[in-house]
Unconditional design. Sequence first.
Length: 193
Amino acid sequence: MTQLTASDLMSLEQYARERADFRAKVLEHKKTRQVALGPNATLYFEDELTIRYQVQEMLRIERIFEAEGIEDELSAYNPLIPDGSNWKATFMLEYPDIEVRKRELGKLIGVEDKVWVQVDGHDKVYAIADEDLERDTDEKTSSVHFMRFELDDDMVQALKGGVGLAMGVDHDNLSVTVTVPDGVRASLVNDLS
């Protein structure tokens, strides 16, 4: 997959003019890029469009317009774009109540290593999680984890041929398997070369 460059981005002025339309486009796109793994756990799959939006938002918020600052943001976010043989996702554990969140995250230490995807007819592929830094402590896991799922050529070809896709978690305190809806599956297959 391609990596974003400064030429792929809008200037701050152009982005200010086009932000509402661009944001609406991205939010619509994201609807087919997420998989709920229970009521409090969701995988949000990234691609070039979602990452371009993140970079544009960071540049806007931080008022970054100099080339060096733009390159720093691109360097930080480009690794989150899938490269054709994998999917990259943000795994969110969302609990609105602070006390409930603290208690539940304490029960889910190590969950990031138990999240998987499975192409029909193939073994589960467990996430390679948090390559940037360790996000667990002795008391709790993080509410946000960054994941990469590496698929082999046979899996890619099977998906392109139309086989089903499941995702889930095999943690003692979070055990779930879901069948990926067709619209999400089709969107994710577009990430594969």
